[in-house]
Design a protein around this ligand. Sequence first.
Ligand code: ATR
Length: 273
Amino acid sequence: NDLYAVVGNPISHSKSPRIHSLFARQTGQPVEYTAIQAPLDDFAGTVRSFFARGGKGLNVTVPFKEQAWTLADQRTPEAEKAGAANTLLLDSDGLLTADNTDGRGLVTDLVHNHSVDLRDKSILVLGAGGAVRGVLGPLLAERPAALTIANRTVSRAEALVKLFRPDAGATTLSACGFEDVADRFDIIINGTSASLQGDLPPISPNVIGTDTVVYDMMYSLTTTTFNQWALDQGATRVLDGLGMLVEQAAESFRIWRGVRPDTAAVMEELRND
Ligand code: ATR
């Protein structure tokens, strides 16, 4: 079997080994996929020894995505812009290539799995950290009418607007603080890590209309804090990050193996785990 793994710290809760073994079983690909906890001070050494052992490809998760980007010999345009990488592969020349499939995962989940068209829509993105930077390119490629980035630290949202302005085309791209958003949006994406502390970004309930689609990039077995808040404000369509997780994994699998798994079947299995 060809060897793949996800590297992070901590890593024991990662769903990637489960997802990729379901992909392997479904597609009949000879893939073995494990989880590796890298020491916080030796991500590079962990990656080098994995490939020295004959490993074919890696997924990278918190807190190493930026280091993976730095470590790579070359980057796809998407990874370049994202400033972080979640997928590494060794090409035939032995060069380490970095990609970032998170944004494509999110967009595929919204557009294909949930039939949420982004073209000409108004999108509110909450947060301006690494997770948000990783998805802005693919979101803008769908050509929404407007994309507003709201963040606790406004300067970080402004920096992202500056960075992605060249990719915005006709989309109105803007930055603001949480207290500045007051209008209804078609789509609201929570990319803050606030829920990890059980916190909510303090935004006006006016952003939510009955047909607003709310997407929390986080995934949990129960309704996320953010999605529960949205439901309480009258939202009728709330989605969590499980689909994004499975779709980014499917993209990595495709990059490595040239085969794209059927994600719907895998999501169904995961929901039942
Ligand atoms: P990640 O890789 O998850 O994006 P990050 O780069 O540390 O991690 O970014 C975390 C994001 O969540 C930021 O937008 C952060 O806001 P700041 O830029 O102001 O720090 C946001 N965030 C974290 N905790 C939050 C909280 N309790 N309330 C609101 N926003 C929060």
